[in-house]
Ligand binder design. Structure first.
Ligand code: ADP
Ligand code: ADP
Length: 788
């Protein structure tokens, strides 16, 4: 049951007779505040009365001040805060009918018949029960005189919508739960920090991470940190795991690795169901290997800190969609949870998900691990596959001759073209190791096209790429030079090194360059090898993919900087910040950072704005300030408009804000490219490069002739690997030409443009949308063609 909001329209102010309450229940997670904010603001936008219920179900049962009407300002300045400002609790009373009766009375008294529950499967189950009982509860309340028959009539149906807030990512039916990405950030920060000290001392370091019965955090943390061993409940090892663990660690130590990382999920166990704790692991290592092993238990650190950009955006989208789903619900509609399906916020039947989630628990109990993994869903499975593939990645013996030199399989090369971005190194590492595992030889080309022409090419070995996953920048070196005009020299080098397959990792230039090379296949037989591009740029402006490597890191950097900039103004008078982001002509960073930062406006090239828009925005800012909001945040993409420059906008706000607020300008520059790649970028690089190795090998095999020459000419032998609606997809470069605006270096269609109305609604933006009396939906299909 996918949401079809594209066809449904709700008018601003159209839901005047309704009451909606939002509450958080069970364990807290980062991003819950962003969800609360989005629910409330969307409700207010639609004219509906919005309430907070404090302390979860307890507040609903206790009533009184716990149920409080929310206004625009009450959710101001909370988007960046971890935890939940309205409190969460577990509540025994609500498990009893008597408690639910009290809760129903409290809701009816306020006219609340719409509930957004932000919690885990327990909380959602409770809500579903409450909904089923609702009419019998109201009957009882009429009987005992607590409510009138008229009240019963008016409040006869309770609508509920669930949002899953949990760091564990343990809920079936959504790719990501609110808080998981942030928890991964905390784990990776800790591992990065500890790695340096562990490295100094030749240590094995054992980290216990959360996830009661779900190994997602441990698994993805393992992938993002080059962990040597992970223990997760879904993949319980045989009881002889100590032997395997010790063999692996000893092998790595003897190969010169100074640091070993072992990650243990809270719920880890062996195949007999015996728990495996960090202590157990340490004991084995101490006793058998006599290595120096240290334990770190992260505990609540994982729930803490500011939410990541992804969690904020996810929560904004889910929260707004939850309110819409409630407003559109009829007495017959099935209660839903809002979930993430690839890149889309969708509605899925609540109890179906709860049942599947419980089925996982049952499968695990019954030791049906494979079923459990299947039930967890596609993302989990895919991560597990990748992890298994990378850990089986010990260079197998048969790939080495007696002297330890690699035996030749295919000869692959990897290079960067364009600006560096986070995740590139993770991709190269994964490429090298996957290829070596297959028996291939990998050449690293330094400094892009110039390096290739200069012969700056070297073979990369297994240990050459150790420790690369967590490093920003591009160890191979990268330049922007395009191949045009240098084809002859390039062909000569490819011939010299007998390159049979080429991976280019980089931004728009990489895509462009690969196209130029493939175009010359008729003139240079050396170019008739399979060529694949992995998009890597913070700008996210490459066609054929919804995300490029590094854009998650860039987004998080900007979001954090915006937080800091706002914080810097704490204690001063009212202030507006005008911040310029990178991205070339692509407004991705400005828009998404605008959503994540709770910005008042984000000016971009793709959505033309006039002096009238600017004027309205300035007046709007002034009116917000008068209502008690004290910070303003305006983002502007670097190439949003030639004449309405960042300086112009800064001056405009400064002049018009005189007496009301002061204004400051910041141009963010290169710090946006980020120091340390986010877990998502590390992971995506790892997964994509692994796919490229397989793809190159397949193509070589399919196009090699009896003389060992490769004769790739077909369009599908020069491709770009992207993420397109949940799938990793290889698209022929020629097919992307029509989708590309080469002048502005952006794709003609960009998925994230459909998030712009949401940004405006959440900022209460008097925009053109509203002015024209247009009806608004959140994920409205407005992925309009970019201005050509
Ligand atoms: P989570 O929502 O994170 O899974 P819990 O399972 O602890 O957390 O549930 C949170 C709260 O939801 C409980 O304290 C209780 O008030 C309510 N709840 C959970 N399950 C039920 C149920 N079957 N019936 C009624 N209320 C429930
Ligand atoms: P996979 O991409 O293999 O499904 P992941 O667990 O990495 O596995 O991600 C699950 C889903 O959530 C994917 O659709 C991915 O696009 C999305 N996702 C998770 N984290 C992020 C993030 N930080 N930025 C963008 N998308 C994300």
């Amino acid at each position: 049951m996918n949401s079809e909001i594209n066809q449904r329209f709700l008018a601003r102010g159209s839901q005047k007779d309704k009451g909606l309450a939002v509450f958080t229940s069970g364990g807290d997670s980062q991003g819950m505040n962003a969800a609360v904010r989005a629910c409330v603001r969307m409700a207010i936008y639609l004219g509906c009365k919005a309430y907070f219920i404090r302390e979860g179900y307890q507040g609903m049962v206790d009533g009184g001040d716990n149920i409080q009407e929310a206004n625009w300002a009450s959710v101001s300045s909370i988007i960046h805060r971890g935890g939940t400002i309205i409190g969460s609790a577990r509540c025994a009373d609500f498990r009893e009918r008597a408690g639910r009766l009290k809760a129903a009375n409290n809701l009816v008294q306020k006219g609340i018949t719409n509930l957004v529950i932000i919690g885990g499967d327990g909380s959602l189950t409770g809500a579903n029960l409450f909904r089923q009982e609702w009419s019998s509860l109201l009957d009882e309340l009429v009987k005992n005189g607590s409510i009138t028959a008229a009240q019963q009539e008016k409040n006869s149906v309770l609508h509920i919508v669930g949002l899953v807030g949990s760091i564990d990512n343990d809920f079936c039916g959504t790719d990501m739960t609110i808080g998981t990405d942030s928890a991964l950030h905390r784990i990776i920060e800790a591992i990065d920090a500890i790695s340096s000290t562990a490295y100094s001392h030749q240590r094995t370091f054992i980290m216990e991470v959360m996830g009661r019965h779900c190994g997602y955090l441990a698994l993805v943390a393992g992938l993002s940190s080059e962990a040597d061993f992970i223990f997760i409940p879904e993949m319980p090892p045989k009881v002889d795991w100590p032997d395997r663990l010790c063999t692996q660690l000893a092998q790595e130590r003897s190969a010169g690795q100074r640091l070993n990382i072992v990650i243990v999920a809270e719920g880890a166990m062996d195949r007999e169901g015996n728990p495996i704790t960090a202590e157990d692991v340490k004991k084995v290592i101490d006793e058998r290997l006599k290595h120096d092993a240290r334990i770190t238990v992260l505990g609540h650190v994982q729930r803490g800190g500011n939410p990541s950009a992804f969690d904020r955006i996810l929560a904004c989208r889910m929260g707004a969609e939850a309110t819409l789903a409630l407003m559109e619900a009829t007495k017959d509609s099935v209660p839903v949870v809002i979930s993430l399906d690839g890149n889309q916020a969708v509605r899925v039947p609540l109890m179906e998900c709860v049942e599947r989630t419980q089925a996982v628990a049952k499968a695990m109990k019954e030791k049906r691990w494979a079923d459990a993994v299947k039930l967890r869903g596609r993302s989990f499975e895919r991560n597990l596959e990748t992890y298994k593939m990378l850990t089986r990645l010990k260079p197998p013996k048969e790939c080495f001759d007696a002297a330890g030199k690699g035996i030749e399989g295919y000869r692959l090369a990897v290079m960067h073209i364009g600006a560096p971005s986070c995740g590139m190194n993770a991709a190269v590492r994964s490429f090298v190791r996957n290829a070596i595992y297959r028996g291939d030889v990998v050449y690293g080309i330094n400094d892009g096209v110039e390096g290739l022409i200069a012969g700056n090419v070297r073979e990369l070995g297994w240990s050459d790429v150790s420790g690369w996953v967590g490093q920003g920048g591009a160890y191979l070196g990268t330049k922007r030079t395009l191949p045009e005009g240098k084809f002859k020299e390039i062909a000569a080098r490819l011939k010299e090194f007998k390159i049979q397959g080429l991976l280019i990792i980089g931004g728009f230039e990489s895509y462009h360059a690969a196209g130029q090379i493939a175009d010359q296949r008729d003139n240079y037989p050396q170019f008739c090898i399979p060529i694949v591009v992995v998009p890597a740029t913070i700008s996210n402006n490459v066609p054929g993919t919804e995300f490029s490597l590094g854009c998650d890191t860039g987004l998080n950097e900007i979001t954090e900087i915006c937080d800091r900039i706002r914080q810097s103004a704490q204690g001063t008078k009212r202030r507006v910040f005008v911040i310029e982001t990178m991205g070339g002509y692509c407004g991705y960073l400005a828009t998404l950072a605008g959503l994540a930062g709770g910005a008042d406006a984000a000016y971009i090239y793709e959505e033309k704005f006039s002096i009238k828009d600017l004027q309205q925005d300035v007046y709007h800012m002034a009116s917000k300030m008068a209502e008690g909001v004290s910070r303003g945040l305006i983002l502007r993409n670097e190439k949003a408009c030639e004449n309405y420059s960042t300086d112009f906008i800064y001056r405009l706000y400064s002049e018009e804000g005189k007496g009301l607020f002061t204004c400051r300008m910041n141009i963010l520059g290169h710090m946006q490219q980020g120091g340390s790649p986010t877990p998502f970028d590390r992971n995506m690089g790892t997964k994509m490069a692994a796919k490229c190795v397989d793809w190159l090998a397949e193509q070589i095999k399919a196009n090699i002739n009896a003389n060992g020459e490769i004769t790739c000419k077909a369009p599908d032998t020069a491709t770009l690997l992207g993420i397109v609606s949940r799938q990793y997809r290889f698209t022929p470069l020629v097919d992307l030409i029509g989708e590309t605006n080469f002048d502005q270096r952006i794709p003609k269609k960009q998925w994230w443009l459909r998030l712009r109305p949401l940004l405006r609604i959440l900022a209460k933006h008097d925009s053109a949308y509203e002015e024209e009396g247009m009806y608004i939906t959140v994920e409205e299909e407005c992925a309009t063609d970019a201005v050509a």
